[in-house]
Design a protein around this ligand. Structure first.
Ligand SMILES: Cc1ncc(C[n+]2csc(CCOP(=O)(O)OP(=O)(O)O)c2C)c(N)n1
Ligand SMILES: [Mg+2]
Length: 578
């Protein structure tokens, strides 16, 4: 048998994981991997995706995990490539994205531990990544490639998902050994690929609580989104006539035009938390933006019992005491719970509480709609962009959100209708993720429409990825809400100082983002009124290329989006962690 490089062994192991893309900017330390991909990539169905910055590559992989529910892979080179990738990994950690990062180091005799001797590109990779990942390790020997990679995937997807990191020296990748001396396992042999369900007894106790409560608030979080639990969640809510609310990480799990859904920034959702007789928390830690699951936003846990569905046992009862914990996959456990509920109670029509909440939400929507009712208004109100997008894009379009107040407007106006399709860094608020997320989503789901709405400052962080989208021929649409400023920081300085503070340099020099896009091989459009947006979107889609629409928004109104007080209240610490 011919000998095999460590690089080829790595690629064959990635194939066993059914990896489709490796996001990587190449380097001499892993030309061996490129050689293996050149030879085998077509046959094994693995494609090299080269971004223009490693962090953007990680964000694209992160988006892939969200859209597919599967882990994704990035590679980066020793030193600078790894350093750039690290920021994306920190983001993936906060968002619970199972990204497996493989970085190289220089040859074993000089790298990392020996860096004090003066080798170049030899930072302490393992220590740097350790705080940002669930697990990391160094492959010291050719033979350990399969089992170290297996562990990287096993840990990334288990419990609460998150990134992992593998460090491989260039000589281990280049080394040739007998492939008969190792075994490549299929992924079912080394990690859980079936959805874990909860113990039957606990399911019955949870069903008893929920069936006994006249009104239930089903609150969905990131775990429900990751699990793709939308259909089960909806069926359960419809059976109970329950009010459904969600965290901003879980938008679209329940179609937001459903009569039982109450939007995150609408007072109706707060009333649902407060007034329901029981809470069913699905894949959420009830963290800061849920005001720690505590009164006054929520009912007193002594009289408002809580059932928590959670994949990670260590996340049970973190902030709010639970009456029953159902540890398992959100999709599987909701199906179990629905079956148990159906055996106990017939389907319930939505009750008086739902009618009250619907009234509150209708008034909220009417007020918001009136604000953006003039399509000829100049400059555009950022919210008006969403009104057009909701109508123009299909219900299953994937949307990436980015920016400060631009995203606050989306919290009010976007109507998310499909699960795993609203991509946002809900925990990190990480500017610059929007464009790479759109790229990763389009790679993962080429048949679906993908668009991004971003603030102008946010767009600047990874604007170079327009070239990536053009080169890869990915027809995504980016709408840039141009207020010429770090708008949300203007909001912050007013809150903190009670005035503007121009020395903060929150205003940007004028940039025509549509022209930048054209220069980078994309289609470009400029719109100054909401009425111009739909025709611009039609031309953008017809171009068959990535497109950027420069939308001039009202810089004064953008500093004060509706609902800002809620964000401030959640972040203020006034509703303290008990
Ligand atoms: C990477 C990163 N750097 C800095 C911040 C802090 N920050 C939050 S919002 C914001 C301004 C965003 O401006 P823009 O994207 O133009 O959106 P706008 O608020 O103007 O709508 C900044 C700098 C952050 N969240 N992420
Ligand atoms: Mg801005």
């Amino acid at each position: 048998m011919a000998e095999m490089t460590g690089a080829e062994l790595l690629v064959r192991c990635l194939h066993a994981e059914r990896v489709r893309f490796i996001h990587a900017i190449t380097d001499g330390t892993y030309m061996t991997v490129m050689e293996a991909l050149e030879r085998l990539g077509g046959e094994l169905g693995i494609r090299l995706i080269v971004p223009r910055h490693e962090a953007a590559g990680v964000h694209a992989a992160d988006a892939q995990t969200r859209v597919t529910g599967e882990p994704a892979v990035v590679m980066a080179c020793a030193g600078p490539g790894a350093a750039n990738a690290l920021s994306g990994i920190i983001c993936a950690q906060a968002e619970g994205s199972p990204v497996v990062a493989i970085t190289t180091c220089r040859r074993s005799e000089i790298s990392d531990a020996y860096r004090h001797l003066g080798a170049s590109q030899s930072p302490d990779h393992l220590t740097l990544f350790r705080a940002a990942v669930k697990w990391n390790g160094k492959v010291e020997h050719w033979k350990r490639i399969p089992d170290m990679l297996r562990h990287a995937f096993r840990v990334a997807v288990s419990g609460q998902p998150g990134p992992t990191h593998l460090l491989i020296p260039e000589d281990v990748l280049a080394r040739r050994e007998d492939p008969e001396s190792v075994r490549i396992w299929k992924r079912e042999a080394y990690r859980v690929t079936e959805r874990p369900s909860a113990p039957a007894g606990a399911v019955q106790r949870a069903a008893e609580i929920l069936a006994g409560a006249a009104t239930v608030n089903v609150h969905a979080g990131n775990g429900a989104q990751r699990a793709g639990a939308g259909p089960e969640l909806r069926a359960l809510a419809e059976h109970l006539g329950a009010a459904v609310t969600c965290s901003i990480a879980a938008r679209g799990v329940m179609p937001e035009d459903h009569e039982l859904f109450f939007a995150p920034l609408c007072t109706a959702s707060f009333l649902a938390h407060q007034k329901a007789q029981a809470v069913l928390a699905v894949g959420t830690r009830l963290g800061e933006f849920a005001m720690w699951g505590a009164p006054p936003l929520w009912g007193d846990p002594a009289v408002q019992p809580t059932v928590q569905i959670e994949a990670e046992p260590a996340n049970v009862g973190l902030n709010r005491p639970v009456d029953v914990a159902l540890v398992g996959d959100a999709k599987a456990v909701l199906a179990q719970l629905l079956e148990a509920l159906k055996a106990r109670v017939p389907q319930r029509a939505p009750g008086a509480l739902i009618a009250e909440l619907q009234g509150v939400q209708a008034a909220w929507r009417k007020e918001l709609d009136e604000l953006v009712s003039d399509p000829e208004r100049t400059p555009i109100l950022t919210g008006a962009i969403w009104k057009v997008c909701n109508d123009f894009f299909p219900a299953d379009a994937i949307v990436a959100l980015d920016g400060g107040n631009t995203t606050m407007w989306s919290m009010n106006y976007l109507v998310a209708r499909t699960q795993r399709s609203t991509l946002y860094t809900a925990n990190m608020g990480y500017l610059g993720t929007g464009l790479p997320y759109a790229i990763g989503a389009k790679l993962a789901a080429p048949e679906r429409v993908v668009y991004c709405v971003t603030g102008d400052s946010a767009f600047g962080f990874n604007i170079q990825e327009l070239e990536t989208a053009a080169r890869l021929e990915l027809p995504i649409v980016v709408i840039v809400a141009v207020d010429g400023a770090y708008g949300m920081e203007k909001t912050a300085q007013r809150r903190v100082f009670g005035r503007d503070a121009p020395w903060f340099h929150h205003d940007l020099a004028p940039v025509r983002y549509d022209q930048v896009a054209v220069a980078m091989g994309c289609h470009g459009e400029l719109v100054e009124r909401a009425s111009q947006l739909r025709p611009a979107l039609e031309r953008a889609m017809a171009s068959g290329r990535p497109a950027v629409i420069h939308a001039v928004v009202d810089p004064v109104a953008n500093v004060d989006p509706p609902g800002m007080w809620i964000w401030n209240a959640a972040r203020s610490g006034k509703v303290a962690l008990g």
